[in-house]
Design a protein. Structure first.
Length: 425
């Protein structure tokens, strides 16, 4: 049997002259198992469908992503516009000292006693979470968090080689923190940390001082780290925010993860921070920071200037989000078969709808439906759960649009629910 082997592009072809058959084999190497495990973002995976709808001339209201339409403070914009840098250089791997000093001072003003040497500036809050995972957990070790949770925690865990262990919270309980017993049931010899997001993305839940004190007791008892994502701390409605850095007795256990993205409505500058009193964590995290060289210089310039934002800015933003929240939640709860808890923080909520499949519904809105030549883009809640099958009839929606746009979006959603073929009553 005579074979002739030749290659075209990434394929290898073998001609079997005796049988007159051409065999085709791929010679491309396989991607990694880790790459195959990475989940698609529930917030962004439907973007191609939204783009296609826009090309058809349909107006798309984006309730899927936490991108506020609130203006960035002028003082931050002007710092970039009027910069006098002649060279945009590398910065210190931990971030500019001037920014870290000023940032530490801003924390002290709200009762969080931090020194600038206890801050590592990161490329967004995302890198802060990733640094915390890689610094504090070995591959295969476990971090407990409460589902539904910010979807990208999954991706960070896969990147770091660690395992997310969820403790379920429920929409019928307005996503209250699970009981201590339920949390402790999940603790194993591999458990190394607990991760919370407070106020919570995606649910809008706000954990109280008393709830955090209970978590503090757990981490002391089991010798765990407590990671706290506090990106939305300015957005607390009807209650004061309490930070894990204010808990007593866990000075070396607590790691604060923060970002300027939502606080100043400047998501694109990609500046966050990892903050802790634990010197061992700081020294180790700095080595990861050195490996990626430095956080963005222009982002730090804007973030440092933003620390001088007038208080009036936050009062106006707070009042605006309260108005948007109340309008959207009230409108949703007036729709037949819909339940929406009242979020007490951030600018998201998870809403339960009379639908068969949230992913199908979200795609149908963009592909097959429009009302008055407009539609809505939402994030299926399935992507915020770890438990298979959870969130099938839930969406995360962000009230980041002005009320006129929210009104149109809610009207469109109400009409969609009337005609959706997978409606379940």
């Amino acid at each position: 049997m005579r074979k002739i082997i030749f290659m075209l592009s990434e394929f290898e072809y073998i001609w079997n002259a005796k049988l007159s058959v051409l065999y085709k084999f791929t010679v491309m190497p396989k991607i990694s198992e880790k790459a195959g495990m990475m989940p698609a973002s529930p917030i962004r995976k439907l973007v191609p469908y939204a783009e296609a709808a826009k090309r058809r001339g349909v107006k798309v209201y984006h309730l899927n992503i936490g991108q506020p339409d609130i203006h960035t403070p002028e003082i931050a914009l002007n710092a970039v516009k009027n910069m006098d840098l002649k060279v945009i250089e590398y910065t210190h791997s931990a971030g500019n000292e001037s920014y870290r000093r000023k940032l530490a001072e801003s924390y002290r003003k709200i009762g969080i006693d931090i020194d600038h040497t206890e801050i590592i500036v990161t490329t967004g809050g995302s890198e802060a979470v990733l640094f915390a995972f890689m610094t504090c957990l070995n591959p295969g070790e476990e971090v407990i968090t409460f589902e539904p949770f910010y979807a990208n925690y999954n991706g960070f865990a896969i990147t770091a080689g660690v395992k997310i262990v969820p403790v379920r919270s429920f929409i019928k309980d307005d996503f209250a923190l699970p009981s201590i017993d339920e949390i402790e049931k999940k603790i194993t010899p591999k458990t190394k940390a607990i991760l919370i997001c407070n106020p919570n993305n995606p649910t809008g839940a706000l954990y109280s001082k008393e709830e955090l004190m209970k978590l503090g007791e757990i981490v002391k008892k089991h010798k765990l780290f407590l990671f706290s994502d506090e990106v939305y701390r300015e957005f607390c409605y009807g209650a004061e925010h309490f930070s894990v850095m204010q808990l007593e007795g866990i000075r070396d256990n607590a790691v604060l993860l923060d970002s300027v993205s939502k606080r100043y409505s400047m998501c694109g500058v990609r500046i966050g921070a990892l903050i802790t009193h634990n010197k061992e964590i700081l020294a180790a995290a700095l080595k990861f920071a050195q490996a990626r060289l430095c956080p963005p210089e222009l982002g730090q310039l804007a973030a440092e200037a933003a620390l001088d934002t007038p208080k009036e800015y936050f009062r106006e933003v707070y009042d605006e989000y309260i108005a948007r929240r109340d309008f959207m939640v009230n409108t949703l709860n007036q729709m037949p078969g819909v339940y929406c808890p009242l979020p007490r923080g951030a600018f998201y909520t998870v809403v339960k709808l009379p639908i068969d499949d949230a992913d199908r519904f979200a795609q149908w809105l963009l592909e097959d439906f429009n009302y008055k030549n407009q539609t809505v883009m939402v994030a299926p809640a399935t992507g915020f759960y770890f438990t298979p099958g959870a969130g099938k009839n839930e969406l995360r929606v962000a009230y980041v649009l002005k009320i006129d746009d929210l009104r149109n979006a809610m009207e469109t959603l109400a009409e969609a629910l009337k005609v959706y073929p997978g409606r379940v009553d």
